[in-house]
Design a protein around this ligand. Structure first.
Ligand code: OMP
Length: 213
């Protein structure tokens, strides 16, 4: 695990974005941890969050032309990541996002920002079933662009309905790479160094045995 990944886990814990306990997931599973990215909800949070996304992008070495943030949660993420790439890495990347409702007047269209063309890096908070990604792919295809990759904050690395995770299904179906700032394996590695969190670690390891990929 890289230093920025450890720092991101600490940031998420401090902001209570990452919590331990008993949580019912969309899938119906009871999880010993939950990641609620919506709690990164201040200016400083957003500035820092963008820096972690930018670091993950730079570390991935994936080449892309445009950052795309699907409405709604992807919008502030794409924006803050673009700012962090410019400020911290001197990379000036075009970015855009979509509206949920097409506008019939004014500038019209469903896209705001740079044109959706070339190799697209899609950014979002989490992938649960992959529905948002599939919708975005239709937009990307309609604009004749291609998907360079997908970047999210946390990869829970758990099975979907079959043996693959929702993320692995997205990778297979769209022949792309999904990268994350951190994944469950990083969280486990982090917890292994925190003696006061041994119970959380044990619960997560059990969950991983049951549902992990
Ligand atoms: P959208 O925000 O609609 O994309 O959905 C995200 C979904 O993922 C929500 O249903 C959340 O409850 C769920 N989720 C998390 O946000 N964090 C987790 O750690 C796990 C889940 C989940 O339910 O699997």
């Amino acid at each position: 695990m890289q230093d920025y990944q450890k720092a991101f886990i600490e940031f998420a814990l401090q902001r209570q974005v990452l919590k331990f306990g008993q949580f019912t997931l969309k899938s119906g599973r009871t999880s010993p941890y939950f990641f609620n990215a919506g709690l990164f909800n201040t200016g400083k949070d957003l500035a820092k969050l963008g820096q972690y996304y930018a670091q993950a992008l730079v570390a991935s070495n994936i080449e892309f032309d445009v950052l795309f943030g699907p409405a709604y949660k992807g919008i502030p993420i794409a924006t803050t990541t673009a700012v962090a790439l410019a400020d911290k890495h001197d990379i000036d990347t075009p970015y855009c996002f979509n509206r949920k409702e097409a506008k019939a007047h004014g500038e019209g269209g469903t896209l705001v920002g740079s044109p959706l063309s070339g190799r697209i890096m899609l950014v979002d908070d989490v992938i649960t079933a992959g529905t948002a990604i599939r919708e975005s792919m239709e937009l990307i295809d309609a604009h004749g662009a291609s998907l360079a990759g997908v970047l999210i904050a946390l990869d829970r690395q758990e099975k979907g309905k079959g043996e693959l995770s929702a993320i692995q299904e997205v990778e297979r179906d769209f022949n792309t790479q999904v990268i994350s700032i951190v994944c469950l394996a990083d969280l486990v590695e982090y917890l292994q160094d925190q003696p006061d969190m041994a119970t959380h670690l044990a619960n997560i390891e059990q969950y991983r045995q049951d549902y992990g990929i």
